[in-house]
Design a protein around this ligand. Structure first.
Ligand code: ATP
Ligand code: MG
Length: 196
C-alpha cells in the first residue's frame, strides 16, 4: 500500500486535533501535529507576544516534517495544523480536509479556552472569511481540498464523512459553507464585522 499524506486544517478550535486522533486510529495512520512539533523541537524563531503564539521557523519545520514523513513506511500520515499546507509540497498531498465550524459555536469553544478578546476575534474573522480554506485551495488547487462542516456534529460522525470521501463514496467539495451569508440571515453580521 502506498502511503497517503492527508492534511487536516482549519481555524483554531474547529476540532482538528480531536478529529485527527480518531481518524488516525481508524486508518492506523501516523499523526504529525505541527503546533506540538514547533514547541517540542523548538522550531521557532521567537514568540509573538501580541498574538500569544510562536513564530515558526518554516524552513526548519518543513524539513523536519519531510523527514518524519520519509521515516514512515506503508502507513498513511496525517499532518495537522492551520498552516500545514504551506509546509508540504502540494504534489505530495493526497487530500486536504478543511474543518469548518459555525462562528457562534466556534466562539463558545474559544471562550471556554479563555482566549483573550483580540485573539478570539482574530480567529473568528479567519473562520468567517474562509482564510484556511483559501490558503488550502491556493496551495493545492480545488480538486484536493475537501471542506467538512463539523457544526453540531460529534467527531465520530465527522470522521465517518472523511473516510467516505477517502474511499470515494462521497464527493470532495469546497463551497459548502457561507458564514457571512448565514450570519446575515441570522441578523448577527454586525455583531461580528464591528470587531473585524
Ligand atoms: N465530541 C465533541 N463534539 C463537539 N465538540 C467537541 C467535542 N469534543 C470536544 N469538543 C470541543 O471542540 C474543541 C476543539 O477541539 P480541538 O482541540 O481538537 O481543536 P483544534 O482545531 O485542534 O484546535 P487548535 O488549532 O487550537 O489545536 C475542544 O476544545 C472542545 O471544546
Ligand atoms: Mg489542535
Amino acid at each position: 500500500m502506498k502511503k497517503r499524506i492527508i492534511v487536516v486544517t482549519g481555524t483554531p478550535g474547529v476540532g482538528k486535533t480531536s478529529v485527527s486522533r480518531i481518524l488516525a486510529s481508524k486508518l492506523d495512520a501516523k499523526v504529525i501535529e505541527v503546533g506540538e512539533l514547533i514547541e517540542r523541537e523548538r522550531l521557532y524563531l521567537g514568540f509573538d507576544e501580541e498574538r500569544d503564539t510562536f513564530i515558526a521557523d518554516t524552513d526548519k519545520l518543513s524539513q523536519r516534517i519531510k523527514r518524519l514523513i520519509d521515516e514512515v513506511n506503508s502507513r498513511d500520515v496525517i499532518v495537522v495544523g492551520h498552516f500545514a499546507v504551506d509546509l508540504l509540497s502540494p504534489e505530495k498531498i493526497h487530500k486536504v480536509f478543511v474543518l469548518r465550524r459555525h462562528p457562534e459555536e466556534l466562539k463558545e469553544v474559544l471562550e471556554s479556552r479563555g482566549y483573550m478578546e483580540r485573539k478570539l476575534w482574530e480567529n473568528l474573522a479567519a473562520e468567517v472569511l474562509d482564510v484556511c480554506l483559501c490558503e488550502a485551495v491556493e496551495s493545492c488547487g480545488e480538486k484536493k481540498v475537501c471542506e467538512v462542516d463539523v457544526t453540531g456534529r460529534n467527531f465520530e460522525e465527522v470522521v465517518g464523512e472523511i473516510i467516505s470521501i477517502l474511499e470515494g463514496r462521497k464527493s470532495c467539495k469546497v463551497g459548502i459553507t457561507d458564514w457571512l451569508g448565514r450570519l446575515e440571515a441570522e441578523g448577527r453580521l454586525n455583531e461580528y464585522t464591528k470587531h473585524f
